[in-house]
Design a protein around this ligand. Structure first.
Ligand SMILES: Nc1ncnc2c1ncn2[C@@H]1O[C@H](COP(=O)(O)OP(=O)(O)OP(=O)(O)O)[C@@H](O)[C@H]1O
Ligand SMILES: [Mg+2]
Length: 227
């Protein structure tokens, strides 16, 4: 399995931001290869470019230079519509701020993952319910986010991210808004369900204990990997 083709591959990623005359070089030629089902954590000081990198890996933003492949597919040639459609099937995201839709209940939020692809049918509704049960929220399906705790909201977000059986989950400080114990529980769950679903996990975190639970630990420093 060590030689399995990467499920996610970035080579020479560069990203700068311009403000007035100044240019901020955030990513200075980053390589990353993630094996199928692998878990990788990324740490680095605030402003080191972790979220910038995750947004590039997700195809939410384009690099200034470098290559990004989802599976064997180069993403640079994909037009925005094709990229968005492909993303919906290929990867799921979890953010610090949950980003649930406040007006709809937990089950409907999980189903939103499927709606990115097309109108959900019976199979999708069953999968959403099963995922909600898997993350421990079988009884909370009809609660709106306002009636869920932070940890419960993040569990809904995890279920939503997994809805379309993605190959990769990108999580950007998923425990940043949670107390220590709840954060530990969410990380434990995230690692466990990603393994069950055979999704690779790229976890951005400031928490050393959480990072230590992933198979591989990376540090971002001044736009490059620190050895
Ligand atoms: N859209 C943008 N325009 C200009 N500068 C940006 C933009 N997005 C990020 N930056 C800058 O790029 C640098 C990296 O930001 P990024 O959000 O990737 O850091 P981070 O490692 O995720 O930090 P944190 O740990 O605080 O979340 C920061 O200096 C930030 O101010
Ligand atoms: Mg960030």
């Amino acid at each position: 399995m060590a030689d399995a083709a990467p499920v996610l591959r970035a080579a020479g990623l560069r990203k700068s931001y311009r403000s007035g005359d100044a240019t901020l070089e955030v990513l200075r030629g980053l390589d990353l290869a993630v094996a199928p089902g692998e878990s990788v954590s990324i740490r680095g000081e605030s402003g080191s470019g972790k979220s910038t990198l995750l947004n590039l890996l997700a195809g939410l933003d384009r690099p200034d230079a470098g290559e990004l492949l989802w599976g064997n597919e180069p993403t640079a040639q994909l037009a925005l519509g094709a990229l968005t459609a492909r993303r919906g099937r290929f990867l799921g995201m979890v953010f610090q701020a949950y980003y649930l839709i406040p007006e709809i209940d937990a089950l409907a939020n999980v189903l939103m993952g499927a709606r990115m692809i097309g109108p959900p049918g019976k199979a999708e509704r069953e999968r959403a319910a099963a995922l909600l049960k898997r993350v421990g929220l079988a009884e909370r399906g009809h609660h709106t986010p306002a009636h869920l705790s932070g940890g419960e909201r993040q569990r809904v977000a995890v279920a939503r991210a997994l809805m379309n059986r993605p190959k990769v989950i990108l999580a950007d400080e998923p425990t940043g808004n949670l107390d220590e114990r709840t954060g530990d529980e969410v990380i434990h769950l995230l690692l466990e369900v990603c393994a069950e679903e055979q999704a690779a996990l790229v976890l951005v975190t400031h928490n050393a204990a959480h990072a230590a639970k992933t198979r591989r630990q990376l540090f971002l420093h001044q736009g490059q990997w620190r050895a």
